[in-house]
Design a protein around this ligand. Sequence first.
Ligand SMILES: [Zn+2]
Ligand SMILES: [Zn+2]
Length: 171
Amino acid sequence: MDTVLAIVIVLATVLAMEGVAWSSHKYIMHGFGWGWHRDHHERHDRFFEKNDLYALVGAAMSISMFALGSPLIMGAQAWWPGTWIGLGVLFYGVIYTLVHDGLVHQRWFRYVPNRGYAKRLVQAHKLHHATQGKEGGVSFGFVFARDPAVLKQELKAQRERGIAVLREAVE
Ligand SMILES: [Zn+2]
Ligand SMILES: [Zn+2]
């Protein structure tokens, strides 16, 4: 088993997970899965949110992949890439919890970046929270963020077309 190949699989999985997170956030969590995501978009003072169940879904994906890759569990049927895909999903989970829960929502620490890509990530996700309800919205990814100025234009266009209701004015 090649080390370089294993590293490539881990990195490719982390990248792919941003796509999985983006599409499931946009089409599932803001779609039929809104019931679990809704409290993340509402003000409250509880520590846990129903939305955290989605993090458990991610953990289950990682654990399933580790299980598929494990000869202890799967015997001769073990599928070796499973271990590295599971590790990539785990890394994505760590990045998600540091960036989204930590940096943006200050769940674990308080640090407000005032420049660079970290600032852009925070601004972009704050703009994700600028809409009311599940309709419309921008910036469904967690690791790649578009220019906040462009996102604001998109939000204004959505409001004008009646696609989204904004919580507050986006200047
Ligand atoms: Zn959302
Ligand atoms: Zn959020």
